[in-house]
Ligand binder design. Structure first.
Ligand SMILES: Cc1cc2nc3c(=O)[nH]c(=O)nc-3n(C[C@H](O)[C@H](O)[C@H](O)COP(=O)(O)OP(=O)(O)OC[C@H]3O[C@@H](n4cnc5c(N)ncnc54)[C@H](O)[C@@H]3O)c2cc1C
Length: 445
């Protein structure tokens, strides 16, 4: 049988991670990508670094530079927070491509102009290369992917990134809440310096393009941290880039012949500092979804539902976390930037209390090897999509058993090496010696 041809559009972290996963499954994968047209710096955590490395993006992860300090001035309180790693996005994007090349993936440097879905395959019209016919499309074009009717969209947000050159020194980052929004400050060891201001362009009295850099410099001077963060007052930036940073969730996340991943699926508020993490998380689940759609069509609906539910759940989880950060700032009635974000996306608690009475078991789609299938999972208020297993131990049978069997008897069924961990997890959801309660509700399909 002919290998199915998959085109991954975009060589950012999402496209690169998904392409590697699909290659491992034996697909004929091509990545088609344009270059990012601006210089940017972003911050990631140690966890993201590990996720990049684990996804096979070793060269890309090696680009991250540890910042010596990360200062936070939020809602009037000043503190030092956990370490941040800084990424020069141009270096990072180049390293992602190098990882793809080393893995033997064909990379086409071109811009996708149009996608034409035909009866049996899809034709891609490219600027910079010949047109291409493929069986499946993975859309990882980031925020530049065509807008789908948005399923959700947060308050309109703009980020202006100012860059200038200073003296080489220690890398550092900082974040500060301002009356009009918030700003992120970064210094790289090579002397590149950045100030990124995130605000609502509709509420600010924005000047024309030629005045923007001076306008940003005036804003920066009025902040608490900038004076001590940049060794020499930099004046006006040499480069300025405006990026939309509105939170978006696409509605057409997965059809029978295409899937959206990364920012093309959902784009997070940069305040979370988690955009790359979230883009990886939808990318890493995509190969199993695509493989199910192409090779196990009877489970196509299940696979689509898995992708949609995961992406949507992640989007709202991070949106609520962001809202809780915005709520830390006491906003005056005229400070619309803060008030709008303190109420979006909803009023639901970020962390719902987990009590035994609110724990159920049910069937749900899960990743089983290289495909999506169904398994019984444990559903808690904090994990509404369900937890299948912990270190290889299936949890739903244990929770079901605890409805009518004593704790000691149930826990004895778990192999000794995993027993303490599983017992600890069961205790965290309200079980333990003497807590067996008959008649716990089980959700049916
Ligand atoms: C202002 C701002 C600040 C941010 N700060 C951080 C941060 O500090 N930490 C963090 O983790 N995240 C941050 N993010 C988010 C982060 O940039 C994204 O989440 C992440 O890059 C998404 O990865 P991706 O692979 O989905 O898309 P991208 O990294 O955007 O990659 C998409 C790729 O597709 C290519 N492409 C686009 N259109 C086409 C086309 N038509 N044809 C061919 N190729 C195309 C692009 O050139 C690019 O190479 C920030 C985002 C913004 C807007």
């Amino acid at each position: 049988m002919r290998k199915q041809r998959i085109a991954v559009l975009g060589a950012g972290p999402a496209g690169a991670a998904a392409a590697l996963g699909l290659l491992r499954m034996g697909y004929d994968v091509r990545v088609i990508s344009d270059w990012r047209r601006f210089n940017a710096v972003e911050g990631i955590s140690e966890r993201v670094l590990q996720a990049l490395y684990g996804a096979g993006l070793q060269r890309a992860s090696a680009v991250a530079m540890p910042a010596a300090t990360r200062e936070v001035y939020w809602a009037g309180a000043r503190q030092l927070r956990n370490r941040e790693l800084l990424l020069n996005r141009q270096h990072f994007d180049r390293a992602l491509r190098e990882d793809l090349r080393q893995a033997g993936i064909m990379l086409i440097e071109a811009r996708v102009l149009a996608i034409d879905e035909r009866k049996t395959d899809t034709s891609l019209q490219l600027d910079g290369a010949d047109d291409l016919d493929v069986d499946f499309i993975v859309d990882a074009r980031g925020r530049q992917a065509p807008r789908s009717g948005d399923a959700a969209r947060g308050p309109e947000t703009l980020s202006l990134l100012c860059r200038w050159e200073g003296a080489p020194g220690e890398a550092a980052s900082a974040v500060e809440s301002m009356e009009s929004g918030w700003c992120w400050l970064a210094r790289l060891a090579d002397g590149q310096q950045y100030w990124q201001w995130t605000f609502d362009a509709r509420q600010a009295d924005m000047p024309g393009k030629t005045e923007l850099a001076a306008w940003c410099a005036a804003q920066r001077v009025g902040t608490h941290l900038a004076g001590s963060f940049y060794p020499i007052e930099p004046g006006v930036a040499v480069e300025l880039k405006a990026r939309s940073s509105t939170c978006t969730l696409a509605s057409d996340l997965c059809t029978l012949r295409s899937i959206r991943i990364g920012d093309a699926a959902m784009a997070a508020d940069p305040l979370s500092g988690n955009g790359i993490f979230q883009s990886l998380s939808s990318a890493l689940q995509a190969p199993a979804v695509v493989n199910t759609l192409l090779c196990h069509p009877a489970d196509a609906t299940l696979a689509q539902s898995f992708h949609r539910r995961r992406v949507t759940e992640l989007f709202y989880r991070f949106a609520r976390l962001g809202r809780d950060f915005y709520r830390q700032v006491e906003a005056e009635p005229h400070q619309r930037f803060w008030l709008d974000r303190q109420h979006w996306p909803d009023q639901q608690d970020t962390h719902a209390a987990v009590t035994r009475e609110r724990v159920t078991t049910d069937w749900a789609p899960v990743i089983a090897g290289s495909r999506i299938s169904k398994a019984r999972v444990v559903i808690t208020p904090d994990q509404p999509l369900g937890i299948w297993h912990l270190n290889g131990v299936e949890l739903a049978p244990l929770v079901d058993a605890l409805r009518d069997q004593p704790w000691q008897q149930v826990i004895a069924q778990v192999a000794v090496p995993q027993r303490d961990m599983v017992a600890g997890w069961l205790c965290s959801i309200g079980y333990g010696p003497g807590t067996e309660v008959p008649g716990q509700r089980i959700r049916s399909e």
